[in-house]
Design a protein around this ligand. Structure first.
Ligand code: DAH
Length: 366
């Protein structure tokens, strides 16, 4: 059946009418630009349908319609292009809805322990101080009664630094140190170490000449050890109290106070005779096991767990720090932070290196 011929004028006026309706719809802002494009220019739209009807216009008149179709489509595209990509004003937003929470981190367990230990000692008048973690052999060993080649040094698996390096740790009192180092007149012959313990802070603190001393020195320590119970970099906290007439009774009082504050009121401490070069007498400090509270169990065997070393500061060490041992006395103690914390948390870590492996699944638990 032959298709009906339509006049160009008729088709043009239908196209213009469709264009007006389309522009009206775009202006109303009721739909997104994607929806509008589909509705106005899509395959099922009026404009598409009218465009197809060009072939029903007589050949002579067709060229009048073509430019109109192009113009109609262009004006619609332009209007669509001016729309904002998302019409937020018409969207429904629930401002009370909770957002997506970013994952919240927390301080590393060792940082938490450092803060807690500092606060406990601050409450009884100790001040946290800092001393070099790369220091002269003098402060780490010699001034603590351990001259070069002394066998007691074997306890500390020390990292020594080539003394040809231009780096030199600062000393508060270099001239006094020079004269006091037996057989070592020149600083350049002195070894530099990565401090294997925080006891290097003892003589350094004494050199400040600010008595009485109530210091808590917390720092990183380094030893050439790495196994399930050792990491080459760990932390210690060192207490030092120097005043007139300081006795073992004061030391025991401070130890008891710390143990009850940090581990809980039901835990007890005891001191056991031991030997360190820099304290006389020297002790090892134990605390009651957190599981059996001292009775003895599978975990602790004897009921006691070893915390670390302590003692009354050796008169020679006081002298090395420029303090008269006839007038002053003091006590010191030094323990590992990681170990102390593990004893509190009751965490049975089968490998202490986990603390520094940066495994978030492990760290999240504390
Ligand atoms: N510095 C010792 C160590 O690392 C621990 C220590 C023992 C510190 C006795 C002290 C002390 O202050 O009095 O093994």
């Amino acid at each position: 059946m032959a298709e009906e011929i339509i006049s160009a004028t008729n088709l043009i006026s239908l196209l213009i009418q469709a264009q007006e309706e389309a522009l009206e719809l775009i202006k109303s802002g009721s739909k997104s630009s994607e929806e509008l494009r589909l509705l106005i220019l899509g395959a099922k739209s009026d404009i598409a349908r009218l465009t197809k009807q060009i072939r029903l216009v007589s050949k002579e008149e067709r060229q009048k319609v073509g430019p109109v179709v192009t113009q109609v489509k262009r004006s619609i595209e332009e209007a669509l292009g001016q729309l904002p990509t998302r019409n937020v004003s018409k969207e429904w937003i629930d401002v009370t809805m909770s957002g997506i929470r970013p994952p919240q981190g927390h301080l590393h367990i060792v940082s938490q322990a450092i803060i807690e230990i500092t606060r406990i000692f601050e409450r009884i008048g100790f001040t946290r101080v800092r001393h070099p973690e790369v220091d002269w052999d003098w402060y780490a060993f010699e001034s603590l009664n351990m001259p070069a080649n002394h066998p007691a040094r074997d306890e500390w698996e020390t990292f020594f630094i080539e003394s040809s390096l231009s780096f030199r740790p600062l000393s508060r009192n270099p001239s006094s140190r020079k004269t006091r180092i037996p057989g070592r007149a020149q600083d350049d012959n002195q070894h530099i170490v990565l401090t294997p313990h925080t006891s290097n802070g003892q003589v350094r603190e004494m050199e400040k000449k600010n008595l009485p001393i109530r210091m808590i020195n917390i720092a990183k320590c380094y030893r050439r050890q790495s196994d399930v119970s050792h990491v080459p970099m760990f932390h210690q906290f060192e207490g030092l109290y120097i005043d007139r007439s300081v006795s073992i009774g004061h030391l025991k009082g401070v130890l008891d106070y710390f143990v009850k504050q940090f581990f809980g009121p039901q835990r007890k401490s005891r001191i056991r005779p031991f030997h360190f070069q820099f304290t006389e007498p020297s002790f090892e400090v134990d605390i009651t096991c957190g599981v059996c509270l001292g009775k003895g169990c599978k975990l602790c065997k004897s009921g006691w767990l070893e915390l670390g070393g302590a003692g009354m500061v050796h008169p020679e060490v006081l002298k090395n720090g420029g303090i008269d041992p006839e007038k002053y006395s003091g006590f010191a103690f030094g323990w590992g932070i990681e170990r102390t914390y593990m004893m509190k948390a009751g965490t049975q870590l089968d490998d202490i290196r986990l603390l520094y492996s940066n495994d978030i699944r492990f760290l999240e638990q504390f």
